[in-house]
Design a protein around this ligand. Structure first.
Ligand code: B1M
Length: 214
């Protein structure tokens, strides 16, 4: 198989035998982020498709997630860190009820490599914990990630709770179940007209974060 297809297969099959050697070879041709956004994401999309078609079970998807995480961890030191002064601070979380963290962690890597200080609260983070973290860390941005349809609704509830607690820090949201439409019609109004920016992927998350702090 060609290199790109092999990279895709490691994710689909949740294997790691030969993964690092192939990533090393891929880095001679592509930038690390292009490897993630290209063959690795393609593999993950296929995993999602097979899972939805009941051709994979959760345990297998977990193996795929482990391969993806191992690949991202391997590539991380090769992503060029901008030596810029601290640009701003973001508190980042996967919302309550949701365990998906690969996308969130990718956002963390990209923002951290571009001068942001990231406070990563992890997964299944309830609104109360976010409110507490905002008080403690005084961030410039609150970043929310979530992949489930119910997480999109949880983001609405989270925005309401933040607003009610007097938080007015701009929110950046991302995750597969969201759309700009949903964000504008549901999350932004729940935040009382405060800034709610929607990022379709991690790179646009970085662009939006820069816009927010500039
Ligand atoms: Co889950 N899962 N999963 N899963 N899983 C999905 C999301 C699903 C679409 C698969 C499917 O059915 N096709 C589906 C959701 C259905 C829905 O609600 N619409 C689903 C389901 C149903 C479930 C369970 C309910 C399954 C079950 O138990 N029966 C369960 C949920 C548990 C829970 O959360 N309470 C579950 C569990 C799991 C695993 C634990 C096995 C594993 C996660 C492991 C982990 O994250 N540590 C897993 C995985 C791996 C997936 C898929 C296959 C891949 C997700 C992923 O990591 N993608 C996923 C299908 C898919 O997405 N194709 C699926 C790679 C990652 C880099 O992309 O996270 O989208 P992503 O992030 C992108 C952008 O979205 C964006 O930038 C990133 C990169 O550019 N982004 C942001 C994300 N957050 C951002 C935040 C920002 C900015 C940008 O600013 C703050």
């Amino acid at each position: 198989l060609p290199l790109e297809e092999r990279l895709q297969r490691y994710i689909i099959e949740g294997s790691r035998d030969g993964l690092f050697a192939d990533l090393e070879a891929a880095m001679a041709k592509y930038a690390p982020l292009d490897i993630i956004n290209g063959p690795l994401m393609k593999g993950m999309d296929e995993v999602g498709r097979l899972f939805a078609a009941n051709e994979l079970i959760v345990a297998e998807v977990l193996q795929s997630a482990e391969s993806m995480k191992a690949a991202v961890t391997f590539l991380e030191p090769h992503m060029s860190a901008a030596q810029a002064a601290m640009r701003g601070k973001i508190v980042l979380a996967t919302v309550k009820g949701d365990v998906h963290d690969i996308g969130k962690n990718l956002v963390e890597i990209i923002l951290a490599n571009n001068g942001f200080q990231v406070v990563n609260l992890g997964i299944k983070v309830p609104p109360e914990q976010l409110v507490q973290a905002v008080r403690e860390h005084k961030p410039d941005i609150v970043g929310l990630s979530g992949l489930l349809v119910k997480s999109a609704h949880q983001m609405v509830a989270t925005a309401e709770d933040l607003k009610r607690a007097g938080v007015s820090v701009p929110i950046l949201v991302g995750g597969a179940a969201l759309s700009r439409n949903f964000v504008d019609r549901n999350i932004a109004p729940a935040y009382g007209g405060g800034t709610v920016a929607y990022a379709q992927d991690a790179m646009s998350g970085l662009d939006l974060a820069k816009q927010i702090v500039d």
